[in-house]
Every structure is written in structure tokens, then in C-alpha cells.
Design a protein around this ligand. Structure first.
Ligand code: IVH
Length: 662
């Protein structure tokens, strides 16, 4: 017992240290596999001893807490909003007001991160509560969700009696773009910007979903701590950093308002270079005593102001609307624009999503339109400018036939998307290969869309599985293919055979199955063969796999073409089983039967344990059964085991076996 508890403490320390190194200091110290293995061990111990789980255990970051609604919490002090400044004049006016009330001051300028306010409360050094802003007085308690943000400390570096911290929860641009892409592919509505995505993620009733959303946090304010040496906002930031919070390093101190203004104007230009969306800057009086002296108006502090960047919207012209056919046959209309610089790059295309969206915004070919970048990344048409029409604009309609293969296009009831009905559509085949080789899928470098197009057109490959049969002479004559790049490509293709089950499942391009689902399925089934046999019912029983996905997976594996495709991969030597678990394989493929009612685990838990440790949980006793774990009121299976002379273990004996060997 004591040994196990000591091991648990050690695991927690190691995991939190690894977390901090990885997320906060950006200096990873262990591999993902090592980390996963430590985490699994910790989860196993906590599973066996739920009474040992502490609020600061790294297991709390995995999520899984499900609630029906969020309790309301009253904030210690209301969360106020800031007055806005839009130009140099507004900033000078603010400075004049401040100086006339407080005399000479120093300012700190911080980035205004475009996320949502998250208030954190610590008691005796432990994170006890996380809350949203709500109406400023009363917010929603989202502690379980907040704990899944890896950079938020569950325990402070020092055990201070009480500390309330405020900051911004946000979603980095890259995570936002990826999340939206996944959602679009899975036919789910996309988020308008990273702020909405972050807010939606933090308001999930199941914290496991929040855990998957790649959120982050910057702390910028504290209340309640009696720290005599913290005298200014820059001290606050230093103190928060010292306690383990992520603090945005991009802040700057000014004594002179004109210098501050030119810094702000420069930042408006530079705003796109950050990996997260910022919508302005926050200017604060640095000295806390002066802040107190200045005080508050009814709704905002007099010692701070938000400098809002002008929303980056530009005007351009829709020269044409093209239709792209995706991997699942969905036709996506894309506006071809007169190229125009916006939010840090030149944009010449913008997705129009679907026909409903085009009709809602009434965008016509030839229209002048207002363009922006959703979340600073995704070009989007905000609205058309009908007052600028000449009368020559054309109303767009979806083609009745697929632009690539001329098969009929249909729109199914209840769907926003139009689809090509052919399963042999070259566009779908091309997109399927492009998807197969993508970084998150089989990760075959050097195989861009142009090369794939040439290979398909020349008939060298018909599908992605044919890539594994490619020879040097098949590719050396392709456009822009040198000897070195041909060799590298063949090597990359060969290397991808070892990529593993999860990316392979994702690479298959099954409708609704994203990267995350690939991982879940690989973990659950362990091999392609077992996944192929799964029924829709069985799939639906897996957490995070919904009915639409379950049906789509089962349907995919019923297709004859799927079987042929997987056969080809198999013959080529593509690995179709999950990576060896770093766990010792205690049961090494043994078939184990569990019967009767157990005290310590429920049926699912013990079966999971058997499988985690390399065994198979079987339903009936036969000569092949290695042993039976029998609980109370075991009946016919126990009798059968005795009859066949198969060893029978009690729950305790089974647990001991795991402890000794595992
Ligand atoms: S200070 C008393 N600093 O902007 C108000 N706010 O209305 C203290 N925000 O939603 C706010 N970055 O969550 C402050 N560095 C920063 C900020 C920041 C983003 C958000 C804040 C609130 C809004 C201010």
C-alpha cells in the first residue's frame, strides 16, 4: 500500500514536471510514449484507489467529468469591462484624465488577447475554482474544464492561503484552424472565430471534450494575495509567473504617451505575427497605489483602457465562383477574388461553404464584397455590397453535374451540402490520395497534389494503396521530379508503412472519422482486422463515437472496394496493428474469462485492464481459457472451468497478479 502511494506521488511529480517543461518552458524532457505510460500507470493506481485522487493530480487534466449544468458562482469582486480607445486622440484624452487625477504616471501596455475572461481561485495553494465572467457579478463554475488546460497550474509554487487570478482563456490560431477543418469535414458547424471556439469549448458539459480542444491561458490580474512586494502591474505579472502561471511576455512600460501611441500604432500593424488572435492592447497605469487612487466608474476602471485595433475588413471583387469537389464528394463553392491584402497576407480565394450561405449573403459573381479573416486566419466574405452593382452580376447556382466527372449532383434532405453521386469520381479519388498522405495521416512527404494528379492521370496509381507499388522508373519522369527527390519520396512511402494504426484509420478518409476518432478506434480495437468486424452497435457503445460515425464506419467496411484496398495495403506490408503498448504484456494474448459479480471493478473496467495488459477478455470458457476470474455468485462458467481444470482466481488474486507482474 505504502509503496504504491509513494509511487503515486512520484508519478504525479514526474508528470506535472513534464507538463510544465513541455507547455510552459517549451523544453520537452520525455517522449510522448514515456509520458503516456506514466499517465496510464497513474490512472490505474487512482482507478484502484479512488480515495487517493487529489484535486491537483495530473489525472484531473484528462477530463471526463460530466455535468448537467454549470453551477453559478458570485465573483469575489465584479469583473469589470474596459473603456475603449480607437485612435491616438482617444489615448491622449485618457492620458490627460489620468494625469489630472493622479499626477505623473507610468503605463504598461499588454496584448489584448481575444478569448474569454477566466477567473481562478486558489486556496492554500490549490486550484479550487474556475469560473467564466458571466454578467460580471455572477459567472458559471467550470472548474473541471479549466483543469484540462495544461498550462493552468493546479497547485501554486508557494502555498499562499488565498489567491484569485484573472486572465484570458483562448484558443491558438493553429488549433482553431485545425478544429474548424475537422468540423467541416465531419459536417459539423464551424466556429466563427477562436474566441467562440474557446468559449464553446470551455462550456462543454463533458470536460473530456474540453481536454481535446487545445486551449491555453494568460494570467494578467490578481486579487486577494497579501504580497507587500507586489506594488505595480509589472510586479503582478512577475509574481504570477513565479507562481507558475503563463504570462504573456509581450508587455512594455512607457512614461511618455506619444511613445506609447507610436508603439500602439506599430502593434496594430504587427498584430498578425502572434500565434493567437489579439483584438487590441490594454493600457494600464503601472503603480497599484495610483490605480487605487484613480478607482472605478460604474462599469470600468479609470486606470486602464483598451486600444481596439480597427477590424480588418477590405473590399474586393468576386471574379468567379468555382466549385471544388472534396474527398467525400461534397461540392464546395469558392469565391475567386481580385487579390487583396488582408490581415497579414494577400487573399485571392475565400470559401463560401455552401449554397445556403451564398443565398443568405446574396453574393453574386461580379459583386463588390467586404472580406475579412475569421479568427485572423480563414478568409471569409462578410457581406456583399449590392449598392455597387452594375446589373451585369450573375446569380450563382450549383452545377447539376459534377464538374470533374459529370455524374449527377444531389442534395440530400436536411443537408446543406451538395454531393457528387459517383464513387469513382476522379476528384474524390485525387482528394482521397491527398488526404491519405497528409501529415496527420500517413505523413508521406514530397507527395503534393500536383504529383498525385500526374500519377492518377498517367494511370500509374488508381488509389493510395498503389503508392506502395511505385518504383523509381514510375516517378522519375514526372514534372519537376529529380533523382534525389524521387529517392526521398520512395523512402517516405516506405517509412509510412510503420506509421501505425491510428493515423492509418484516419488516412482511410471514412466519413465523420477525424484524427481523434482514429486514435480512439485504434486504442479500442488494436488492429484493423478487429475494427473491420465491429458492428454499428458495438461502435456506438464507444464513448465519443456517435451514431452517424458508427454507421459510417460500419458502412465503409462493408464495401467490397474497402476490402480490396486494405488487402493491397496488407500485402504491401503496411502495419495494421496498434503500436506496442509500453506496458509489460502480462497476459500475452491469453484468453481470460470474468464471471460473477465483482467488488473492486465493474465488468468494463476489469476487461479494459485485461486488454491493457495484453490479454483477451473472452465471453465463454473453453480449453483455450488461460484462467477465470470469479466474483460472487459465479455460476455455469465457474463450473465449466472446474470441469476443464482451468485455474480460477479471486478478484484479490487477480489484483495481486497485476501488481507483481505489471
Ligand atoms: S485587464 C478591470 N488585460 O479584455 C478589467 N483584460 O474588457 C481588467 N483582456 O474581456 C481587464 N487581455 O478578459 C486585461 N491583458 C489584458 C487582457 C484583457 C484580454 C480581456 C478581458 C476582458 C476584456 C476587457
Amino acid at each position: 500500500m505504502q509503496v504504491e502511494q509513494e509511487r503515486l506521488a512520484k508519478l504525479r511529480y514526474k508528470i506535472e514536471e513534464a507538463n510544465e517543461r513541455y507547455y510552459v518552458l517549451d523544453q520537452p524532457t520525455m517522449t510522448d510514449a514515456e509520458y503516456d505510460s506514466l499517465m496510464r500507470e497513474l490512472l490505474d493506481i487512482e482507478h484502484k484507489h479512488p480515495e487517493w485522487v487529489t484535486p491537483d493530480s495530473p489525472s484531473q487534466r484528462v477530463g471526463g467529468f460530466v455535468t448537467k449544468e454549470f453551477p453559478k458562482v458570485r465573483h469575489l469582486e465584479p469583473l469589470l469591462s474596459l473603456d475603449n480607445a480607437f485612435d491616438a486622440g482617444d489615448l491622449r484624452e485618457f492620458d490627460r484624465r489620468v494625469r489630472s487625477a493622479a499626477g505623473p504616471v507610468e503605463y504598461v501596455v499588454e496584448l489584448k488577447i481575444d478569448g474569454l475572461t477566466v477567473a481562478l481561485s486558489y486556496e492554500n495553494g490549490l486550484l479550487v475554482r474556475g469560473a467564466t465572467r458571466g454578467d460580471g457579478e455572477v459567472g458559471e463554475e467550470i472548474t473541471a474544464n479549466v483543469k484540462t488546460i495544461p498550462t493552468i497550474p493546479l497547485r501554486l509554487k508557494e502555498t499562499v492561503p488565498r489567491l484569485d487570478v484573472r486572465g484570458e482563456g483562448y484558443m491558438p490560431k493553429a488549433s482553431f484552424a485545425k478544429l474548424n477543418q475537422e468540423r467541416e469535414e465531419e459536417g459539423q458547424p464551424t466556429f466563427a472565430n477562436p474566441r467562440n471556439a474557446a468559449a464553446g469549448s470551455l462550456r462543454q458539459l463533458n470536460s473530456r471534450i474540453t481536454a481535446q480542444r487545445k486551449l491555453d491561458y494568460f494570467a494578467y490580474q490578481m486579487l486577494g494575495a497579501e504580497e507587500p512586494e507586489v506594488k505595480s502591474q509589472t510586479d503582478v505579472l512577475a509574481y504570477l509567473k513565479q507562481q507558475g502561471f503563463p504570462v504573456n511576455p509581450e508587455y512594455k512600460v512607457f512614461q511618455n504617451i506619444e511613445e506609447l501611441i507610436s508603439y500602439c500604432e506599430g502593434m496594430a500593424e504587427a498584430r498578425h505575427r502572434f500565434p493567437y488572435d489579439i483584438d487590441g492592447l490594454v493600457i494600464k497605469v503601472n503603480d497599484l497605489a495610483q490605480q487605487r487612487e484613480l478607482g472605478f466608474t460604474a462599469k470600468s476602471p479609470r486606470w486602464a483602457i483598451a486600444y481596439k485595433f480597427p477590424a480588418e475588413q477590405v473590399e474586393t471583387v468576386v471574379e468567379d465562383i468555382m466549385v471544388r469537389v472534396g474527398r467525400t464528394g461534397v461540392l464546395t463553392p469558392t469565391a475567386v477574388l481580385t487579390p487583396v491584402p488582408v490581415a497579414g497576407s494577400t487573399v485571392s480565394r475565400a470559401t463560401l461553404h455552401n449554397l445556403d450561405n451564398i443565398r443568405d449573403k446574396d453574393v453574386r459573381i461580379g459583386d463588390h464584397v467586404i472580406l475579412h479573416k475569421a479568427g485572423d486566419v480563414i478568409p471569409e466574405i462578410v457581406r456583399a455590397l449590392p449598392e455597387k452593382r452594375s446589373g451585369r452580376e450573375k446569380v450563382f447556382d450549383m452545377p447539376e453535374c459534377c464538374p470533374e466527372c459529370s455524374s449527377p449532383v444531389v442534395r440530400e434532405a436536411g443537408e446543406a451540402a451538395h454531393r457528387c453521386t459517383s464513387i469513382t469520381c476522379p476528384a474524390q479519388q485525387r482528394e482521397a490520395v491527398i488526404h491519405f498522405v497528409a501529415r496527420d495521416a500517413m505523413n508521406i512527404d514530397g507527395l503534393g497534389p500536383a504529383v498525385i494528379q500526374q500519377l492518377l492521370e498517367a494511370g500509374v496509381i488508381k488509389d493510395a494503396a498503389d503508392l506502395y507499388a511505385l518504383k523509381f522508373e514510375d516517378i522519375i519522369d514526372l514534372e519537376r521530379m529529380g533523382k534525389k527527390s524521387a529517392e526521398n519520396l520512395l523512402q517516405a512511402i516506405a517509412d509510412s508503412k510503420e506509421r501505425g494504426l491510428a493515423p492509418l484509420i484516419f488516412a482511410l478518409g471514412i466519413r465523420h472519422v477525424g484524427e481523434k476518432a482514429g486514435k480512439i478506434l485504434a486504442k479500442k480495437f488494436g488492429s484493423m482486422e478487429r475494427l473491420q468486424e465491429a458492428t454499428a452497435d458495438e461502435l456506438q457503445g464507444i464513448p465519443d463515437i456517435g451514431p452517424a460515425m458508427a454507421e459510417s464506419i460500419a458502412h465503409f467496411f462493408r464495401q467490397e472496394s474497402t476490402e480490396d484496398f486494405l488487402d493491397k495495403l496488407d500485402r504491401a506490408g503496411v502495419k495494421m496493428t496498434a503500436a506496442e503498448s509500453s506496458r509489460p504484456s502480462v497476459f500475452d494474448g491469453q484468453s481470460i474469462v470474468v464471471t460473477g459479480s465483482l467488488q473492486r471493478w465493474d465488468r468494463q473496467q476489469i476487461e479494459d485492464l485485461i486488454e491493457t495488459y495484453g490479454g483477451k477478455a473472452a465471453g465463454s470458457v473453453s480449453k483455450k481459457t488461460a484462467f477465470v476470474v470469479a466474483g460472487d455468485k459465479a455460476g455455469s462458467k465457474l463450473a465449466k472451468a472446474k470441469e476443464l481444470g482451468i485455474p480460477v482466481l479471486t478478484e484479490e488474486e487477480f489484483a495481486r497478479l497485476l501488481e507483481e507482474k505489471g
